[in-house]
Design a protein around this ligand. Structure first.
Ligand SMILES: Nc1ncnc2c1ncn2[C@@H]1O[C@H](COP(=O)(O)OP(=O)(O)OP(=O)(O)O)[C@@H](O)[C@H]1O
Length: 325
């Protein structure tokens, strides 16, 4: 068996934070930002690394990319120890962190990419092939000659993704790559990542709060909360385990005095005019509910609303918390 691309055992990172106690005294408090994470990622996998604010996602990403030294545990990425072997690791990984740019602000994208090639000493033919592919798939040609500071956020993000891939990394780390992007750029970025994942050569670790990113891209979700992994599996298993409910929104032609009771569906709200009913589904299928309603009333429209990932995470959070004393 080949070695996993990412292998973390009991990975920890603490921060010591100064606090004020009363008016004059000061104390220190230790924050266990990452509190013993086990994570194994095989070559070619795409994982979603998700969790509520402050869960420890960015801290983990910083350790995986060699920016932060772990406080404990064992960690290898591409067989390397990220901090001591940071220079070697840089050749193996690509990083897109929303707040930081790897592009030169005053240069056109085209020149940033050329500099990138020199920095990484990428052979021209390889560089040109990869750039050609990114130009096509991310539709870069309209703004290749525009200075980076004049690009829209969506254009810049497409440029950042290209820059992260031109040296042919084995692993791509993406922190919120679609946050704040316009619809066209979001679609371009998601489509591009889906293709990259399907090709199977690049391992991708993605943190995001965007449900559409997760549903479109992540077969495997690793959920972290309070610095610990609380779920590692697919999205269906997550929904099943934490009982997030889909909703069925039904618009009727006329109000219905006494909506039918159907096993597996609970009437959650009725619109003010009585024309819109919202049901919470306990079972995977909305079929029985729609059939029962259609026998009693004229249905104008039906839509099924998937549970929000934040909702799932919130439930998970409640489930793991000890009951209030
Ligand atoms: N440099 C630091 N000094 C002190 N505490 C820190 C530092 N960096 C992170 N923390 C704390 O560690 C915990 C985890 O933070 P982290 O940024 O990793 O969370 P996150 O899951 O990425 O959150 P978000 O979704 O809001 O970006 C938080 O309680 C945060 O306040």
């Amino acid at each position: 068996m080949t070695e996993p691309v990412i292998d973390a055992r009991g990975l920890r990172r603490d921060f010591t934070v100064r606090t004020r106690i009363g008016r004059f005294r000061r104390g220190v408090r230790v924050v266990n930002a990452v509190a013993g994470v086990d994570l194994t990622v095989e070559r070619g996998e795409l994982i979603g690394y998700i969790g509520p604010n402050g869960a420890g996602k960015s801290t983990t990403m910083k350790m995986l990319t060699g920016v932060l030294t772990p406080s404990g545990g064992q960690l290898t990425v591409c067989g390397l120890r990220p901090v001591p072997q940071r220079v070697k690791l840089a050749a193996q990984i690509g990083v897109v962190f929303g707040q930081r740019s790897s592009l030169w602000w005053d240069l056109p994208l085209r020149d940033s990419f050329a500099l990138q090639r020199h920095l990484y000493r990428t052979p021209s033919a390889e560089h040109d092939t990869r750039l050609r592919r990114c130009r096509d798939l991310l539709d870069l040609d309209g703004f290749l000659d525009t200075p980076v500071r004049q690009l829209s956020l969506g254009q810049r993000m497409r440029g950042e993704l290209t820059a992260a891939l031109l040296h042919g990394p084995a692993v791509l780390f993406l922190d919120e790559p679609t946050i704040g992007l316009d619809v066209v750029s979001k679609r371009a970025v998601r489509g591009f990542l889906a293709d990259l994942a399907a090709a199977g050569d690049t391992t991708i670790v993605l943190t995001t709060h965007d449900l559409a990113d997760i549903e479109r891209l992540c077969r495997r979700l690793v959920v972290i909360d309070h610095g610990r992994v609380v779920h590692d599996g697919d999205i269906a298993a997550l929904h099943a385990r934490y009982g997030a409910r889909r909703q069925v929104v039904v618009d009727l032609a006329a109000p219905l005095a006494d909506p039918p009771t159907v096993a597996g569906a609970t009437l959650a709200t009725v619109g003010e005019d009585g024309l819109r009913l919202v049901f919470r589904l306990e079972t995977p299928s909305a079929g029985a509910l729609i059939t029962a309603l259609a026998q009693r009333a004229e249905i104008r429209d039906v839509s099924v609303v998937e549970p929000d990932i934040d909702d799932v995470v919130a439930r998970m959070y409640e489930a793991d918390r000890p009951p209030a004393q």
